[in-house]
Design a protein around this ligand. Sequence first.
Ligand SMILES: C[S@@+](CC[C@H](N)C(=O)[O-])C[C@H]1O[C@@H](n2cnc3c(N)ncnc32)[C@H](O)[C@@H]1O
Length: 276
Amino acid sequence: MSVAPMELDGGFQMDTANYQWLCATVEQSIGVRLQNKENLVHNRLSRRARQLGLRSLGEYRAYVEGAGDEGLREVLDILTTNVTSFFRENGHFERLAEVLADFDKPKLRIWSSACSSGEEPYSIAMTVRAALPRVDERDVKILATDINTEVLAHAEEGIYNSDRVSGLSKEVLSTNFLHGRGAKEGLVAVRPEVRALVTFRRLNLIEAWPFRGPFDVIFCRNVVIYFDKPTQTELFRRMANLLAPGGLLFIGHSEIVSGCDDLLKAEGNTTYRRVR
Ligand SMILES: C[S@@+](CC[C@H](N)C(=O)[O-])C[C@H]1O[C@@H](n2cnc3c(N)ncnc32)[C@H](O)[C@@H]1O
């Protein structure tokens, strides 16, 4: 086995053979491709390796393999990219509000399929509360899923630094957040009535899903960029099949749906409607 060292700064040594093992392990587990991301991987793993007193990827691999499922979970938590924000790509929330204003079914089901630390599903919940007529008389559920256990724990808590909400309007802030005082100064908490609409679960998008839908709206934003094309197409087809007829799929602004023309019709660049 080749142990050619890689040209990277710092004390944590990575070599080609163990890097290939890492790429294969992560891609097989969750579809995320780490090829050509050596610097990012080095930065993230070297921090953890230092805590563990390990000096190389080979040593870290031995630690991960020795820890079984927990070891794999740790690798996935460290290596997934969780960047998100409240009302990110706001056009989707404006479109959602328009759709909800005319929504006449008693039951509304929405899935935020790569929810990271919760900003996306809470933005959905805030939009639902503002836009859906008679919201408290309807059966509304927002399912929020992600593979990363650390961000899910944060999401469930629903507490954020106030700089995370500094761009939101006064009205959105007062309707949807509690503002910390004293020891909690500088923190905001999502109000209980908003949180109550959202259920968080750990879910791997490339494995079987323990539900059958249908969903009225699915958000699948800024996650498929990490997958290869066939995995993207398969995922979008599975999601399209879970949408109610006329249901909407929102994707990230740098993403595109292909191979689903029989199921989905584009409405603008990043919104698709289930056609049959
Ligand atoms: C960049 S964040 C996007 C968050 C949010 N959707 C947004 O657009 O702001 C991507 C998320 O996808 C999650 N992820 C990556 N691979 C996944 C998989 N196979 N199954 C479920 N979640 C995954 C990551 O943990 C991460 O939280």
